[in-house]
Structure formats: structure tokens, C-alpha cells
Design a protein around this ligand. Sequence first.
Ligand code: NAD
Length: 421
Amino acid sequence: MTDSTSLFATALAQFERGADLIDLPDDLRSILSQPKNEVIVNFPVRMNDGSYRVFRGYRIQHSNLLGPYKGGVRFHSLVDLDEVKALASWMTWKSALCEIPFGGAKGGISFDPNTLEVDELERVVRRFTHALGGNIGPDHDIPAPDLGSNAQSMVWMMDTYANSTGTTERQNVKRIVTGKTLETGGSPGREKATGQGVVFCLQHWADEVGFDLVGATASLQGFGNVGSAAGRILQVHGARVVAVADHGGAIADEDGIDAFELTDWVREHGSVAGFPRAMWIDPDDYWAVPADLLLPAALENQITVENVHQIQARVVVEAANGPTSLEAEHILADRGIDVLPDILVNAGGVIVSYFEWLQNRSAQRWSHEDVDFKLRDTLWQACDSVADLRAELEVPSRRDAAYAVALRRLQVVYKQRGIFP
Ligand code: NAD
């Protein structure tokens, strides 16, 4: 396997390694190695200059064995079928691993949201939701934010869906999406949930290997929803952010970059470019900046054979989905650098999405403390399961052990339910 492997092929190779560990039968391998449904929609949207542009959107439903399909929608120019299939399968493993009663799905639209006016973006999101129609539903398939989308996108999706249902149903369909704003039915703690979960997993790892997070240095690729929250929370726990890269460039400061000030800067200016209280560095030099904790929190396939040798970290924490190529992962293992796998580390988003869905279902509002406590508990249980199975099977890779935990749970349910008819 090399860096040129497609993302879905990478996902399948990871799945096969986990399946081998538990001798998953061939019939289950064939079922789980393809999504159940692949929905592609092409829809026209009026632009502000009066022209019409046709957009292509995807919703891939990988598995609903454990519950409704669940997963984010990504807005990015590189979105394609292969990518969304991989991302959908990772959602299935994530929910199974964390014992969340959801299946796995993912969606997206291939376009760059930064190039549109806000009202154009709103029309794209609403028209996409309308085009998906009955393929999504509050107990069938529940979208959430991902790269390039946010709480506002979710509110537009919810409002469009609600207005397409019967009048008496409207109050019942809030949970059609999660990751909404607090005012429209979102959960306390959802916005920072993925970053918060990343830090909970890091704490578990630090405890396991005897590493002190206080005074540790951290480097973040991506300073959006996930990266910025992880950076701020790490700083609160006494770590120092020493380098950050995003689509606009890269900055570094060995004395520490204030993650709160940087969050304000990025909110106002759109990227880390121009941040005055750090040194501007060549993005090609970013991977070589020494830091104990390396958190890829942007796109997939970022740590590759080309840059893996530059990395000087104690642990790679996969806040993004699929940031490490198969080949690079082998090299990290040979170099003794731990990898905390995406399906565990970034599961905080889907866990708190589940909490939001539960709150909407029962018309309740939980406290922020409650949400954080339950999130930590859920993630630490998943971390424990991975550590136990890793010890039982004597397998060095945390990713392989995490897959084995998830696949065992799916296997048990398949065994008990059987395959219809
Ligand atoms: P976001 O859109 O909020 O932020 C993305 C960040 O990546 C931005 O800082 C952007 O500048 C940066 N980026 C984009 N292209 C880049 C490039 N070529 N080089 C360097 N940086 C680049 O997205 P997000 O929600 O923070 O998602 C980030 C990752 O986390 C994705 O892999 C996503 O699938 C994963 N994830 C997100 C959530 C969630 O709740 N949002 C949950 C689980 C996993």
C-alpha cells in the first residue's frame, strides 16, 4: 500500500486489519466493506449574478445495524464519492466503538464555501436538504457539521426539513440534524465536543504511558472547529501550542501561541495568516517543528511518506479523519511514535450529537457539566476497551485494536439478529 491509495481503499485496508484480528467471517466482511446506500444529487442554485450553477451532493449510508444513519456533511471542493464512502464507514466504527446507538453515514457537496456570498451559501444548503428529501430523517439519517459546514448550516438544514413536513410534525423534527446553535435546539458543549474529546483521549493515553501533559508542547494542523477547541483546552490543561498550520499558511513560536487570541484572530480574518504574535514559517517546514503532541485536525492524507520523517513528536493524535496514510503509519510505528486513531480520538462529536438528539427527543436541556461528564465517561470506556483488547490480542497498533473492538460489537449483533430474510 502506498500514499497513492484512494481514501476508501485506505479505510478498507484498516477495516481488513481489524477484521483479521478477530477472524471476522467472510460474509460480514463483504457486507461491511460496502455502504448500504449511495445517494448522489445534482441540483441547481441561483447565484447572485442571476446565473444558475449546478452542484453535486452526496449522502452515503454505510450501516444502520446499530441505529439510525449518522454523520456529518462536508463542504469542500475535493469532496467526491470515494472520500464520502470512507468517511461514512469510519462513522459506523466510531459509533460501535463508543457504544452509541447510531449507524454510520456521511454527506457532502463538492464546492468551496468560502467563494460564495452568505445568501448563496444558504440557498445551496437549503436546496441540498430539499434534494435529499426522504433520504434523511430524524429517526432514519441525521446529518451534522463537518469540514466547511457549521452550526448555521445545520439550522438551515433543520428549517428546510421542518418546512417540508406537515404542520403537526414540525416540532418533532428538530433532531433531523445535530450540531445546531444552542438557541435552535443545540446541546451545550456540542461546538467544542470533538476538540474536548480529543483532549480526554490524550489524557487517557498520558495516564497509560506516564506522560505529563502539563508543560507539553503541541502542534496543530487545522484551526477550525476541532483544532481550535483542542488547542484552547490543551492550553487550559497546561500544554503550550507551539505551531499551527491552516489553509492560509503556518505560524510557530516555541514560547507558546495563545490559542484563545488565535481563535479570535481566525474568526475575524479567516485563517492564521497575519497573526501578529507568532513567527510566520514556510508551510513546508511545519511538520519539522518539534512538539510532543502532533494533532492533524484538517484534511485526510496529510501525514505521508513525504513528510513523516520530519515529524518529531511523541504521539500523533488523529483529530481529523484519515490524516495518516497507510505507509506513513508503518513508518511512525517503526520510529516508536504512538498514533491515537481517528475513530476513537475524534468520536466526541458524534457522542455529543447523540446527547443533542436525546435532548431534542425528550424536550430537555442538559447542563454543560453533565454533557462533559458523560462525554468523558463514554470516551474513557472506549479507551479502556481498546487498551484491554490490545493487551488481550497482544497487538501494538491502537488503530487495529479499536477496529477489533468495534467489529466484535457489530458481529455480535449480526449473529443475534441474523441477515434478513
Ligand atoms: P473546519 O472547517 O472547522 O476547519 C478545517 C481546518 O482545516 C481549517 O483551519 C482550515 O484552514 C484547515 N485546512 C483546510 N485545508 C487545509 C490545507 N490544505 N492545509 C492545512 N489546513 C487546511 O473543520 P472541522 O470541523 O474542524 O474538521 C476538521 C477535521 O476533523 C475533518 O477531518 C473532520 O472530518 C474531522 N471531524 C470533525 C468533527 C466535527 O464535529 N466538526 C467531528 C469529527 C471529525
